[in-house]
Design a binder for this molecule. Structure first.
Ligand SMILES: Cc1cc2nc3c(=O)[nH]c(=O)nc-3n(C[C@H](O)[C@H](O)[C@H](O)COP(=O)(O)OP(=O)(O)OC[C@H]3O[C@@H](n4cnc5c(N)ncnc54)[C@H](O)[C@@H]3O)c2cc1C
Length: 447
């Protein structure tokens, strides 16, 4: 694609959302500048600006595919960095309270499991290798100044030095959308309506070395019956032959503070599988905690107008409950959408306006399915706050039948796997053949 979208695009934030957007934009602008407030390490280590990076970050197959299409060779680089291949569901022990363990059938999809710092570092190396992308660390954006034609982004260094750059397009991937919200405030324009679903999830994570253990799974998920317990457990491999073991607790007020308390919490999960897998391992160096209060969709896409050249993306636009592992994948898929739109609108008289309009009108559909998957599951917990989605009871009944069908029918399991991994739209489960297979199980008594 020729670079006739303009001289410069600025991306605020070098998280997964910002890095993927920068890659998508690089062929359309003469220059792409990423402004990041953190120091960016030259290795795969945690950093202050993304405190969640010390917890498991599952990159779904749809995200891996999207990143590999924007950055050819990304998947290979991640594998070379030690990411662990996991075949869905062959290597996954997925335990549910209603149907038990899902069959470990091969559904034809592979993931790569790695730590968030490793995923981000691999991506960052891809981005900085693009000749016209500049990544400026220690650059905290303080405002996007209102401007008639080209937005002006002001930022400051750690030493307090202030600078400003003009751009044709500003992508807000700062995680909270503060620069865009500030700009709307400065202009006196309408702020986006927010859909908020309060979950108050407390995460406790241990990094473990699973020496000497053997099992028929690489990834283990234990879900509770939400009417009895709010504790879910997860084991996921990461580079360096290690495991993340996490316990999440909906609406929790307390959390395990010692390894003994962590083991006690693991022992309260719906099955003993996680406890048995970790109880004889050496204790971790520390326990990591995170509290996630609410999923939050800021409906920028519903606003009648957005300032010219401003595009909020990824968590700035919609922040998902992390237990469903969707945030990075959705961010990568938004970047892929951005790139597809760039191709489509390149010939328009005002391509910046066309890009903004098309992205904002199409991104809602991309967000809706992962949002529904998470929110429908969240409302099974009595402590969840917010407005239940429309036709909630119907979707719960559909889900109950779906899981019974998954156990019995490999075709349904494969379709579910593709939808869960955000590779296929949710409508796949409503296609006549699949729907019929699922409905056949709606009538059967719960096993
Ligand atoms: C506990 C937890 C676990 C998670 N697990 C998963 C998972 O398993 N799978 C998954 O896909 N997702 C997971 N997520 C979500 C995932 O972290 C994000 O959705 C994803 O990284 C996309 O975020 P982002 O790039 O929009 O924002 P972030 O990753 O938050 O990055 C924002 C960046 O912007 C920078 N920044 C912020 N303000 C400024 C400013 N003013 N100026 C300059 N720079 C700025 C920050 O330093 C940061 O680098 C999890 C989240 C949490 C909280």
């Amino acid at each position: 694609m020729s670079r006739h979208f303009g001289q410069r695009a600025i991306v605020i934030g070098a998280g997964i959302g910002g890095l993927s957007a920068a890659g998508a934009l690089s062929s359309a602008f003469k220059e792409v500048v990423i402004l990041e407030r953190d120091a960016l390490p030259d290795s795969a280590v945690s950093r202050a600006g993304v405190p969640q990076d010390r917890h498991p970050h599952l990159l779904l197959a749809g995200g891996l595919q999207a990143l590999d299409s924007i950055f050819p060779g990304f998947e290979q680089d991640l594998a070379n960095a030690g990411a662990v291949p996991v075949d869905v569901f062959k290597d996954v022990r997925y335990e549910r309270p209603d149907v038990g363990v899902l069959p470990q059938r091969d559904c034809g999809t592979s993931l790569l499991c790695a730590s968030r710092p490793q995923i981000e570092y691999t991506l960052r190396r891809k981005v900085v290798a693009i000749a016209n992308v500049t990544l400026r660390s220690h650059s905290r954006v303080t405002e996007i100044a209102p401007a008639a034609i080209r937005p002006l982004v002001r930022f400051e260094s750690d030493a307090g030095e202030v600078d400003a750059i003009e751009a044709d397009l500003v992508v807000d991937a700062s995680g909270r959308g503060a620069p865009t919200l500030g700009l709307l405030g400065a202009l006196g324009w309408e702020q986006p309506h927010e859909t908020v679903v309060g979950v108050d999830i407390s995460y406790t994570t241990a990094v473990l070395r699973p020496e000497g253990t053997s099992s028929n799974w690489k990834n283990l998920v234990t879900l509770p019956d939400p009417s009895i317990s709010a504790k879910a457990g997860l084991i996921i491999p990461l580079e360096g032959g290690r495991w993340f073991a996490s316990i999440s607790d909906h609406g929790a007020t307390d959390r395990p503070k010692t390894w003994e308390e962590f083991l006690a919490a693991a022992n309260q999960l719906n099955t003993p599988e996680i406890y048995n897998a970790i109880c004889r391992l050496s204790p971790p160096d520390d326990l990591r905690h995170f509290v996630f209060d609410a999923s939050r969709w800021r409906h920028f896409e519903r606003l009648e107008r957005l300032p010219r050249g401003i595009l909020p993306v990824a968590d700035s636009l919609c922040r998902f409950n992390p237990v469903y592992g969707q945030g990075m994948t959705v961010a990568a898929r938004e970047a892929k959408l951005l790139r597809e739109i760039l191709d489509r609108v390149a010939g328009e008289a005002d391509p910046i306006e066309a890009l903004q309009a098309a992205f904002m009108s199409e991104v809602g559909a991309l967000l809706q399915a992962p949002w529904n998957i998470g929110v429908n599951a969240d409302f099974a917990y009595p402590t969840t706050r917010g407005e239940r989605p429309e036709r909630y009871e119907e979707s719960r009944q559909f889900e109950a039948a779906l899981f019974r069908a998954i156990v019995a029918d490999p075709v349904v399991q494969r379709a579910f796997s593709d939808v869960l991994q955000l590779m296929q739209p949710f409508e796949l489960l409503n296609e006549p053949d699949i729907r019929q297979r699922i409905e056949a199980h709606a009538l059967m008594p719960n096993a």
